[in-house]
Design a protein around this ligand. Sequence first.
Ligand code: ADP
Ligand code: MG
Length: 722
Amino acid sequence: QVAFQNANGTETKSKPTKKTKVDYKARALGLRAQRENLPIYSARSAIISKVREHSTVVIVGETGSGKTTQIPQYLLESGFTTYGQTCIAVTQPRRVAATSIAKRVSEEVGTPLGARVGYTIRFEDCSSEKTQLKFCTDGLLLREILSDPLLRRYTVVVLDEAHERTLRTDILLGMLKDIQRERKRVAELNAEAERTQHNEYSDSRNSRATGTHIKFTDEAEDDQPPIGEAVVDSVYGDVTGIGELKIIVMSATLDAERFSEYFDQAPILYVAGRQFPVTTYFTTQPQSDYLDAAHLTVLQIHTETPSTSGDILVFLSGQEDIENVERLLRESAAQFPKGVPHLLPCPIFAALPQAQQSLVFEPAPEFTRKVILATNIAETSLTIPGIRHVVDSGVHKVRGFDPRIGESLLVEPISKSSARQRTGRAGREAAGFCYRLYTEADFAQLDEDSVPEIKRCQLSMVVLQLKAAGVNDILKFDFMDRPSKRALKHALLELYALEALDDKGELTQLGRWMSEFPLEPTYSKVIYASQKLGCTREVIDIVSLLSVDSLFYIPADKREESNAAQMTFRSKDGDHLTYLNLLRAYNKVNGDREWCHEHYVNRRNMRHVLDVREQLNRLCTRLSLDTSKSCGAELDAVLKCFLSGFFHNCALLQPDGSYKSLSGSQTVHIHPGSSMFSKKVPAIFYDQLVFTNKLHARAVSAADPLWIAQASPKLYGRISQL
Ligand code: ADP
Ligand code: MG
């Protein structure tokens, strides 16, 4: 049992078991009634008129008030886009949010997904030329700026979840501000032309302009003969028909002034939410294992409150946590005595297949209680109906950056403001309960807010994108929060070492190619190198395999069996080739369920791998790479390719048997799950560092020191002395 005390200090082992009914009735009234019942509905006309009056509007509203699903629809209904011509973009920091919200909104609008309402995320485009409301990730819109510097197709960009301050949101803020200014200038040019031109021309001009603009890609644009009466701008060429760009910044937390200031005192609209009281409990003792504590707490809630008292939402740090707790819960649930309602774990995280993601939104079957196991995604991005109990692990996974060790993933305590958001999820529909798996004293120690990502992560990908978008002096870019000079310099240096920038800091041809690739520059470099070395097929396979958290299940009580099963695939050269062996074996048996079970292979993740692989193949083909190039059994080429991107992620064996990172002399431990664990080779390279209690390298392979030197002569020329 996990002992809790409530926020007032009284200790409680079990919670009060008040009987309440989940309000399914309102849902039955249909989506229309549901929409009109949202807090934001009464603000509809105020929002629309503010957007008409101002270029930028900041909207603040509590999670669940209807910002994400309703505001885009209000804009649509109020004629902010023209069918077949223009579009409204709504950005989300997370893929899962973009897809599931698009699905919901298309249901509310009453059209098939991908038609009037659609989404586009990396590797997946579910939209058409007719799409008027497009949900996308912030990273994707950034990418669109590269091919369409004025974002001509869009009349409005809604930046959702701005309070999260992800790296890409921050960059997007800066770029949109710039685009807005340019569009205003161009719109004035158009208005001027409008005034001086004959009326009879304007009609035909408008229709022609829109007809061509929609299909324009930037290459085609250069070849296009100028349209007779087109308005021509010295920088952008034909700008006929381009109007002002509206920006709406949406946030779930109150500190909206910063956004307002950044956009020249844009007006802020506050939308009142609906929040019922939530009783909060802390553990009396710190928990050494929050997964175990989460598992036990869910069982406690389930056995001590009637299942009709609402579903349970558990916040965990990532996919691995979620799958562990899911398994624990399934095992426990299998042993429930007769008469105890069923417990249905519903995981939600980015790599989860679409069909399973929608499960969290469906009402539980009779005599069943849902337990939603979620990452941060459920904190503010997604509102899941029916939740009355929240279990908060108090941690999340974040990207951290230290110039000495590069980027790593860290499981870190959340901020107070996150903790409060999580608690709030229990009180959306009625009074609820929140169980924090940490003590009140620990809570008091938490930071008030999380640090914006831009101040704490690797910047090479965004620097590359900024460069490709023509922002030459990165140091002068209008950042809302300025990243440290050190981090920027590190990014420039890395891009230089990757040969994406030349010694003047200008984009090389390779750099431009890499910027088109929706992967971290390290990976795009590896794929690029694979063409020359003739192993693109293998490299794409491995990059896809690296896109998931875990390929194997390692149950705590079957560690040895699992390890033994993994041995079947083991390559002496390390994890990259081991994974490749796994994929080949998996394909041979067609992903057979029984086979996966016997070999402790995570079938769900393998299916995601195949998905990513297919998309990568398609993308490479579009960028004129030959994806059929294969090196057969000559697998050294594959390792060399990886080193051409991952020369920063290398460590050398020390006389005492430890590995020290090449870039910062930090001790790097090989993850116990790795095939290189306890092996001693002169040098290793790894995909990623994960910081738990020490620095662990994940996906590790042996590297020939000479190859490291060859991989980046610019950086490691001097290593030849090794
Ligand atoms: P906000 O963006 O302000 O947090 P949303 O627009 O995401 O709010 O959600 C508004 C309401 O729509 C929520 O209260 C929720 O009940 C409902 N909702 C959103 N998505 C779904 C979905 N996929 N299924 C059922 N209801 C949903
Ligand atoms: Mg929202």
